[in-house]
Design a protein around this ligand. Structure first.
Ligand code: ADP
Ligand code: MG
Length: 376
């Protein structure tokens, strides 16, 4: 008998997977109506599911104790806490949006680190939504599932997240990065397949203790909004790269000027990265990663010593480019390396972390993978 049958007493009807993501470039541009360029990771959350006919949902997750159960009709924002808030939020948003979902037993399993900035929260929501819709035999456009996942995380879980993570988890394709223009709400698949070019993309979780992340994030958003208001534009996306110096000259506050310089130059770097990928010049993307990191460190001021040491060490060990990725103040770095250099770059980072007395980092090889799908 499978562990699913052990737990719920009857066999599963199907299984679905939804991946985590890593953003290649375009950091803190999403809430400025900007551009982002994530890939889906091979690491994913898997959910095995069976229908129930009593309007109730039972959830369990490998490595976490117990089974948590709730009635779909009783759900209201915040009514289910802890990790089960995510599957409960998925059921709630489907009910609110009028999708014909029924009860279900759901068993989750994951090889995606949780809380590392690789978006296990979006993967959990996208996996649950895919399973509940799949059990109901409802065909829904992946981008619409992504919007439902965002609404669930915003309104049910109470986290003010953007739409990038869910779009990556739902809409990415293998061997590509997802170019997502937030202002236009338009996506494009950009060829990006490091292994096919003799390259590797290393993701290193620096395991830094998170420091004041929420407050710092809110402060950065506020600076960007203030700057847009002062410049008389709806969002910083409206400041063209060619007009950056003019815009900076019109801003009084030195800190706000730095924040604007990051956002405008970062959007430009996304455009440059996309152009290089389209031209098949993957190695030349490396320096853009490195420039992005410098901008996040010096102008946006959201790096911590662990991130800076990891990036500097990767570059010194021969990486073609490296940068922090995600919200900052911890999380992960990415490093683009020649395939045969990945191991020595990682070893150099591990050695540097030991010398600095940092926690040991962990890593994964980020092959650009496909978005959520049904497995069986
Ligand atoms: P991230 O999205 O960067 O991984 P978050 O803090 O947004 O970090 O989401 C992490 C949360 O998602 C965890 O605290 C937990 O509630 C939930 N979660 C992630 N993976 C799992 C899993 N395999 N099983 C149950 N809950 C999970
Ligand atoms: Mg998250």
């Amino acid at each position: 008998m499978s562990s699913f049958e052990d737990l719920f007493g009857k066999p599963a009807d199907g299984s679905w997977r939804a991946p985590g993501r890593v953003n290649l470039i375009g950091e803190h541009t999403d809430y400025n109506d900007g551009l982002v360029l994530p890939i889906a990771l091979p690491n994913r959350i898997l959910v095995t599911a069976a229908k129930r006919d009593d309007g109730r949902i039972a959830v369990s997750s490998a490595g976490r104790p117990g089974v948590i159960e709730f009635g779909i009709d009783e759900l209201a924002p915040g009514s289910v806490g802890d990790w089960a808030a995510y599957p409960a939020g998925a059921a709630w948003v489907l009910r609110e949006a009028g999708y014909p979902i029924g009860g279900a037993n759901l068993l989750f399993d994951s090889d995606l680190p949780s809380g590392a900035g690789l978006s296990s929260s979006a993967a959990l929501l996208c996996a649950t939504l895919s399973a509940l819709l799949g059990l109901a035999e409802a065909e829904v456009d992946p981008a619409e599932v992504a919007r439902l996942a965002q609404r669930a995380e915003n309104q049910y879980v109470g986290a003010p997240v953007g739409l990038m993570d869910q779009m990556a988890s739902m809409c990415c394709t293998a061997g590509h990065a997802l170019f997502f223009d937030i202002r236009a709400m338009a996506t494009d698949q950009i060829p990006f397949d490091p292994p096919a070019d003799g390259l590797a993309l290393l993701v290193v979780d620096v395991k830094a203790p998170h420091r004041h992340v929420d407050g710092e994030y809110a402060a950065r958003r506020k600076s960007c909004e203030q700057a847009a208001a002062e410049l008389g534009v709806p969002a910083l996306r409206s400041i063209a790269y060619a007009d950056l110096d003019d815009a900076l000259a019109r801003l009084k506050d030195e800190v706000v000027r730095k924040r604007v310089r990051h956002v405008v130059t970062e959007i430009r770097r996304v455009e440059d990265a996309v152009a290089l990928m389209r031209a098949g010049k993957l190695r030349e993307v490396g320096p853009l990663f490195t420039a992005s990191h410098a901008s996040l460190r010096d102008d946006f001021e959201i790096t911590v010593p662990e991130l800076d040491v990891a990036v500097d060490t990767a570059l010194a060990a021969g990486a073609l480019g490296a940068r922090m990725t995600g919200g900052g103040f911890g999380g992960c770095i990415i490093a683009l390396t020649e395939a045969d250099a990945a191991e020595s770059v990682l070893a150099a980072i591990e050695k540097a972390f030991a010398e600095h007395g940092f926690s040991a980092p962990s890593s994964l090889a980020a092959t650009p993978s496909a978005g959520a799908s049904r497995l069986s």
